[in-house]
Design a protein around this ligand. Structure first.
Ligand SMILES: [Zn+2]
Length: 81
């Protein structure tokens, strides 16, 4: 089963700078459904990571491929851990 290698390059056409991993739900403007969907995908990926981690306690985070938005922000790491 191959799940974690997935890379998702999602971006709202109207709010190109919105990054749910960094900005969170508070930055969604006017209840934009596309931004909301990005946030839900991000949250689901966090949930999925947690599920996989709990399934395999020997899982090594260092081997994780880049799977989030390319923007590098130190705050993003705290959401993953
Ligand atoms: Zn949007």
């Amino acid at each position: 089963m191959k799940v974690r290698a997935r890379k998702f390059e999602g971006r709202c056409a109207r709010h190109k700078r919105y990054n749910p991993a960094v900005d969170g739900p508070g930055a969604i403007r006017g209840g934009c459904p596309r931004c909301r969907l990005l946030l839900e995908i991000w949250e689901a990926s966090l949930c999925l990571n947690g599920l996989i981690r709990s399934f395999d306690p020997k899982y090594d985070d260092l081997k994780r491929p880049v799977e989030k938005a390319p923007a590098v922000d130190p705050r993003q790491m705290s959401l993953i851990d």
